[in-house]
Design a protein around this ligand. Sequence first.
Ligand code: SAM
Length: 305
Amino acid sequence: MTRTCERRELRRAATVGRVLALGAGRLAAAGVAEPRLDAELLLADQLSEERLALYREPGRLLPPAARRRFNALLRRRALGEPLQYLRGRVEFFGLECDIRRGALIPRPDTELLVELAIDRLRAAQRGVDHPVRFADVGTGSGCIAMGIASAVETAVGAALDCSARALVVARRNFDRHGLADRMMVRRGDLCEPLRRESWRADLIAANLPYIPTGVIETLESQIRDHEPRLALDGGADGLDLIRRLVQTAADSLLPGGWLLLEVGIGQADRVAALARHAGWRVEAIERDLSGIDRVVVLSRKGNGE
Ligand SMILES: C[S@@+](CC[C@H](N)C(=O)[O-])C[C@H]1O[C@@H](n2cnc3c(N)ncnc32)[C@H](O)[C@@H]1O
């Protein structure tokens, strides 16, 4: 190939349209489920523009630094790293949520828990002139607390997790959405930080790990090898942490308070049974958009009944 041809080839290769096509091809070859979309999002991030803006001038040259960054991200994506960690953000409940390794990637299914918590806290707020209080146990990225506190502007909350790495992400999200002055962030086991400070909530929401240990090895590599095991592993039957929370959370609830638990497929009836046994009233089992029993709503017997 002559030098002129080489230069022409290089210029051709470095246009946005061509780099995008090559990138999508590389991800497709690696078996990524949505190669074109992922390549578009990663490339658009490098240019600080919207995904569809890439198609406005596909013939423009891509700056070399942006191309290098894009190639590095493609390599990681092709090896199975989740897109959300590579982009450092994900949308949850209509809010932009920072996300990093060390915190579980928020799932759309969890938005149901947020909606149910908001409805109850709004109702509770109507009856009192002090701020209602909620706790998010196993807060991870803080997505649940962020959704609740953004919608119930009078509420104050506690975000709890045993993972220091997750709490760094949660704090970033509270800062970013202007919620930090209404959120108390504490590290510890389940509700233990609340008991230490004699802090009680009107509502406790929890999306704790609920995958049985034996199932974790069967999960797709993108989850198994990249998301924190501490956020996934619920012990032999998946219910170790939920069971412990059901047995201890009442101490951290105000009279008439609620405990809302996200559960895995096929777990809702078992969770309801163990909650009844521990003295809770099962108010409802709510289905997610896929028709799966996803949230068990509990209240304390004898509280205002
Ligand atoms: C399934 S993730 C949920 C994260 C986030 N709330 C969400 O919905 O995306 C469970 C979280 O519980 C935390 N966790 C696990 N065991 C815990 C414990 N004993 N006490 C407090 N948090 C715990 C994990 O670190 C993880 O952040």
